[in-house]
Structure formats: structure tokens, C-alpha cells
Design a protein around this ligand. Structure first.
Ligand code: TRH
Length: 381
């Protein structure tokens, strides 16, 4: 039996815990592993997994031993494998205990996702601790062979295929969300973004479109733009806003699995950050990504690097359209987004086919949890 400890600090938003929770759940599927997940913010955790109580120090869910990470950190026996997510620094007394342990734990820093080329040169590199007899390894997720891959639970592609093929399953899904089934010919779009000046441009384009479009928005997202466009302050879960062919529905934040299905059910997904971005790729549907904005524009090369990979299989004219749309969206350029939509959406069938090919390509290069487990097993030998 191998023990694993995963440490997660919630810096902001839901991506940190979103990634750690997926990883912990998948690792725990193997009966040969005992997985503990240390999280410093259970309130954020409970939003993506409503079964998690935000005021309990120790709880079990999906085979994972979930612990509240509090300082001062009470002594805990270090695990065989210790994962710190996104360089979050495990507690000092825990690290000291790791140094005492024989054999030493395998210590991994699970890094942020990037499509940049340098990742290939850094994935798997060791880094000795400055003062303790410990080695830490950098594990980089990625989109290509030679990286750590992307999180994908077993059976993901098959479940998605089944869901997208069966109208009854989708009808049940909409019903369970408390939403009417889509109207005939109506496009479904999910919208999850940071505050973005481009939202107004999209709403205008959608309302003016020749086909009906339903936009599904989690509570608290794009509130300013929605209030301004629909001239209302009333934006709560259950709100329905309408203008011409556009209908916007606000829904309560969903559990992670339900959110994944929303992405499967939509014709286009607007996603952000890291985890919803990855899930949109697994949804095999056209997408628009708002990257997490970083100081001094450090996110722009990351966005370009991803576009370079993602668009490699597309004809040049579609690449140009996708690039214009994604750049305008990430700049929050309202007029640019509105005009980019007009050239983007006519390519939806090509983009749909491409999204499926892209997902197949990702699936062929192996998933992160398995690659990570293999990497650690080799070090534990
Ligand atoms: O919430 P985010 O903006 O997280 C970000 C990024 O990860 C970023 O890289 C990181 O630096 C920053 O946090 C600290 O976006 P992300 O990554 O998509 O995470 C959102 C999570 O929330 C994801 O696991 C999906 C989940 N989610 C639900 O479970 N239900 C929902 O209704 C929605 C909208 C999202």
C-alpha cells in the first residue's frame, strides 16, 4: 500500500483545488493507494464539491481522506509520495519529518499548465533542498509527449461519447439542472470567465444572431456586463434574461462532475484559468479560453503557445479567425469580440470536428495521474 499526501493552498478562485481534487480522486481509485488531501480553504472546496463540509477537520469523500490544513500544523507521518500543488510549500515541520523518514518520500511539485516549449526541458527535473537531505521533482502537465499530460479520469472519453450520443441522457441532464430542454435549433453556450470587457460584444452579437442561442452562466460571473446589457440588477441563480434570440440563464455553481457535463452538453464553451480550460478540451466542443491574467503580461506567450499547438491542424484561414477571436477576448476588446464572433461561428462545424480530433490526440498521449504515479514508482524503486 502506497501513501500519498497532496498539499493544496487556495490562492484565489477554484483552479487550485479543482486540479487537486481531480488528481486525488483519480489516485484514490487504485486500492493500492491511500490518499490524503490537505486543503487550507474548505469553503472554496465545498463549492466545487458540495459534499465537503467547510467546518470539519477530517472527512472522507470519493475514497480520499480530506484534511483541513491549518497552521500550526499538527505532526503527521509523511507519506511515501508528497505532492505540493503549484509550489505551495508544505508545512515546515512536515518537511522536517520528511527529511527524517527512511526511505525518504518522493517529493513532487506539480506545476501550472503551459503549452510553452521550455516545459519539455524542465519536466521531471530534480532540485535538491537547500538545507535538508531531500530532493524535489518538478512535474509539468502539458499537451504533448514528453510532458506530464493532462488530468483525465478512466473512461472519460467513453462517458462523454455516450452522453453526447444519447438525447435522453442530455434531456435528463437539463431536467436535473432545472432547465428546460433546448429549443429547436437553439445553440447552447456556457460562459465562465474573469471580468471581461468583451462580454458585452458577445451578448450583442448573440442577440442579433439569426439562430436562437442560450447562454448558461454560473452565479457571480460576468455580472457587470449582464446587468448593463439587460438593464437589471436582478442576477441570481434561476434568473432568466432575454433579448431577441438570446436567452441567458444564471445557474448556481455546480459540483465538478455536473459542470463537466455542462461542457459536454454545450455547442461552445467559454472557459478560463486551468481546469475548466482542460475540461473544455475533453468536452470535444469548440471553445474560447480566457487565460488567467498575470503581472507584466506573462500570460500572452502562454496563450500564443497554446494557440500554436491547438491550431496546428486547422486551415490557415480558420487559424486566423480563431486567433483573432481569442486575442480580442483576452484583451477584453468589446468591438473586436463582436466582429470576431461573426467570422468565428460560421466555422462551427469545422471547429467541432477539430475539437474532437484534438481530444483524441490528447487522449493518445496518456493522462497525468498515471504518468505521475509511474514517475513516482520509478523513484521509489
Ligand atoms: O477558478 P479559476 O479561475 O482558477 C484559477 C486558475 O486555475 C489559475 O490558473 C490559477 O492560477 C488561479 O485559479 C489561482 O479557473 P479554473 O482553473 O477553470 O478552475 C475552476 C474550477 O471550478 C474547475 O475545477 C471547474 C470548477 N467549476 C465547478 O466545479 N462548477 C462550476 O459551476 C464552475 C463554473 C466551475
Amino acid at each position: 500500500m502506497r501513501s500519498w499526501d497532496i498539499f493544496c493552498t487556495v490562492v484565489d478562485n477554484y483552479g487550485d483545488i479543482g486540479v487537486c481534487w481531480r488528481l486525488a480522486r483519480q489516485l484514490a481509485l487504485d486500492p493500492g493507494r491511500r490518499v490524503r488531501l490537505w486543503v487550507d480553504d474548505l469553503a472554496s472546496f465545498s463549492r466545487i464539491c458540495p459534499e465537503i463540509a467547510s467546518d470539519i477537520n477530517t472527512q472522507h469523500n470519493c475514497g480520499v481522506d480530506v484534511r483541513r490544513w491549518r497552521e500550526p500544523f499538527a505532526a503527521a507521518e509523511p507519506a511515501d509520495v508528497v505532492i505540493e500543488a503549484f509550489a505551495c510549500d508544505p508545512p515546515a515541520n512536515y518537511v522536517a519529518a520528511m527529511a527524517q523518514r527512511q526511505p525518504k518520500p518522493v517529493w513532487i511539485n506539480l506545476e501550472f499548465l503551459s503549452a510553452e516549449n521550455w516545459v519539455l526541458g524542465c519536466h521531471g527535473l530534480p532540485s535538491p533542498h537547500p538545507t535538508l537531505p531531500l530532493m524535489k521533482y518538478f512535474f509539468f502537465p502539458g499537451f504533448v509527449k514528453g510532458t506530464g499530460g493532462l488530468l483525465a479520469e478512466p473512461g472519460l472519453v467513453e462517458s462523454r461519447e455516450r452522453f453526447q450520443r444519447t438525447a435522453a441522457g442530455q434531456a435528463r441532464y437539463w431536467h436535473d439542472l432545472g432547465l428546460p430542454a433546448p429549443r429547436a435549433g437553439e445553440y447552447q453556450v456556457s460562459l465562465f470567465c474573469y471580468p471581461n470587457g468583451g462580454v458585452g460584444g458577445l451578448l450583442r452579437a448573440w442577440a442579433a444572431g439569426s439562430a436562437p442561442l442560450r447562454c448558461l452562466v454560473p452565479e457571480g460571473i460576468a455580472t457587470q456586463a449582464l446587468s448593463a446589457f439587460f438593464d437589471t440588477e436582478t442576477l441570481a441563480p434561476g434568473s432568466v434574461l432575454r433579448k431577441a434570440g438570446l436567452e441567458v440563464r444564471i445557474f448556481p455553481f455546480l459540483g465538478q462532475d455536473q459542470y463537466d457535463r455542462l461542457l459536454w452538453a454545450c455547442d461552445l464553451n467559454l472557459v478560463r484559468g486551468e481546469d475548466s480550460f482542460v475540461r473544455a478540451q475533453w468536452a470535444a466542443r469548440p471553445m474560447l479560453w480566457q487565460i488567467y491574467p498575470q503581472a507584466e503580461g506573462a500570460h500572452w506567450p502562454k496563450l500564443q503557445a497554446f494557440l500554436g499547438l491547438y491550431c496546428a491542424g486547422l486551415p490557415p484561414e480558420i487559424t486566423a479567425v480563431v486567433t483573432r477571436f481569442w486575442l480580442a477576448w483576452n484583451k477584453g476588446d468589446e468591438a473586436g469580440v463582436e466582429s470576431a464572433w461573426a467570422e468565428f461561428w460560421p466555422y462551427r462545424l469545422e471547429l467541432q470536428a477539430h475539437a474532437r480530433l484534438w481530444s483524441d490526440q490528447l487522449a493518445a498521449s496518456g493522462d497525468l495521474a498515471n504518468k505521475l504515479a509511474q514517475f513516482c514508482e520509478n523513484l521509489l524503486k
